[in-house]
Design a protein around this ligand. Structure first.
Ligand code: SAJ
Length: 408
């Protein structure tokens, strides 16, 4: 009988484990983080996402297990982090390698290992196949390798988990179809079966496409700022053309996907990936651009005291609690490197103290500042915009229409 072991219970692994279990499939979720596993065993969910608590309850009812030890099952889904090496820009496959190593110590012959983590094109050929073979397993007989990259967006994960189409990369169509059937237990989108390398690069290409398009919007915003033009009006009009769809500029690109995956292409093809590299640089330059805008506005209004400036939002985007690579943190890091005292911050989704000068109460935060910079368009601020009346406002997300507001 099918039993799935999901390795890595983070933003992707946890919802994936839960949804399989909610469909009555025997599931064990494995993570080396003891505290995380203990929390899950106690019924404490580790991050916020709409519908996750209900899904968790269903999975528990169906007997999902959580473990820090690797347990023998016939199918493994690996959803561990795949960072990139900041110097070489190449994928850091060490977490996947370690997971696959651990799996091989317990898995029975004929087991299937599915990698869901995003990986650079060629990662399975370069790192995983040699590893499996070195351990004496015959690929396609003793162990089947599959790449089924996740595609879900934080903030709407469960809807997308069910409704998005998916890609399954496998060495044989037989295994591909088998895994497709497994994902069909919950996935109502189209599931395409292809080879592993195509699946690897397709996923990276999807996120790179978005990064480039956001970079275009950000570059336009800079052009408009240079000559005092209204970027939002320009995008609105341009987008009325049937074949134009410009995205929105913002304070930068965060998250663990779009700001990371394009580097995999740059790292693998440094001589060819030109536009991709430029797009990365433009998006990475945005937090500094926001800082420059703050400086310009301070000069304009004759403000001198950095202590009276606050950044609204610490997460990488609206209505999530994920702070990875967030533009606000990038901006603060930049200030730190310039030996500047960090600005005040507040985020309704970030309860822990992660930076200096962080507030946990919106009213206290606002009463301690004169200039507020909207970095994240959380619903909280959108529904209480009136609170910003009387402040000097820099709105990097174009959500505020209070008179006198400054835009990117
Ligand atoms: N952003 C802008 N302007 C825009 C849209 C987004 O500045 O017009 C910024 C956001 O504020 C954020 C960043 O870009 O900082 C990325 O946010 P996002 O919502 O576009 O995407 P992610 O990173 O949350 O999720 C992406 C998704 N990929 C694509 O849309 C192609 C998701 O489907 C993937 O599953 C996910 O990456 C992943 O895990 O790879």
């Amino acid at each position: 009988m099918l039993k799935i072991n999901v390795i890595g219970l983070g933003y992707i692994g946890l919802p994936t484990a839960l949804i399989f279990a909610s469909k009555g499939i025997d599931v064990v979720g494995t993570d080396y983080d003891k505290e995380l596993v203990n929390n899950l065993k106690k019924g404490i969910i580790t991050f916020r996402e709409k519908g996750l608590a209900e899904l968790f309850a269903d999975a528990v009812k169906n007997g999902i297990q959580f473990s820090t030890e690797y347990i023998a099952t016939d199918t493994y889904i690996v959803a561990v982090p795949t960072p990139y090496d900041k110097l070489s820009k190449k994928v850091d496959a060490s977490y996947i390698v370690s997971a696959v190593n651990n799996i091989m110590t317990v898995c029975p012959k004929g087991a299937t290992i599915i990698i869901e983590s995003t990986i650079a094109p060629g990662t399975i050929d370069n790192f995983i196949r040699p590893l499996v073979e070195k351990n004496g397993f015959i690929i396609g007989k003793d162990i089947n390798l599959v790449h089924a990259p996740e595609r879900i967006i934080p903030g709407n994960m469960l809807y997308e988990l069910i409704n998005n189409s998916r890609t399954i990369g496998a060495d044989s169509s037989e295994i591909g179809e088998l895994i497709k059937k497994m994902y069909s237990s919950f996935c109502q989108g189209k599931i395409v079966v292809t080879d592993i390398r195509t699946a690897e690069i397709t996923k990276v290409v999807e996120n790179t496409y978005r990064d480039i398009n956001i970079a275009f919007a950000n570059e336009l915003a800079k052009i408009c700022r240079a000559d005092n033009m209204d970027i939002y009006e320009i995008i609105r009009i341009a987008n009325m053309h049937p074949r134009v769809n410009i995205l929105q500029p913002g304070p930068g690109v965060g998250g663990h996907c779009i700001s990371v995956d394009p580097w995999f292409l740059v790292g693998e093809y440094p001589e060819i990936a030109k536009i991709i590299l430029e797009a990365r640089k433009i998006n990475d330059s945005m937090p500094k651009f926001v800082l420059e805008r703050i400086y310009m506005i301070m000069k304009e209004v004759g403000m001198k005291d950095l202590k009276r400036i606050g950044l609204y939002g610490l997460t990488y985007k609206e209505n999530v609690d994920d702070i990875r690579e967030s533009p606000t943190l990038q901006l603060l890091e930049f200030m730190e490197k310039s030996l500047a005292e960090p600005l005040k911050t507040y985020d309704p989704y970030v309860k822990r103290n992660i930076v200096a000068n962080q507030y946990h109460d919106i009213d206290k935060f606002l009463s301690s500042i004169d200039l507020v910079v909207i970095m994240v368009a959380h619903d909280e601020i959108k529904s209480q915009m009136g609170k910003l009346r009387g402040k000097i406002i820099l709105d990097t997300k174009n959500i505020c229409n209070i008179e006198g507001v400054h835009k990117l």
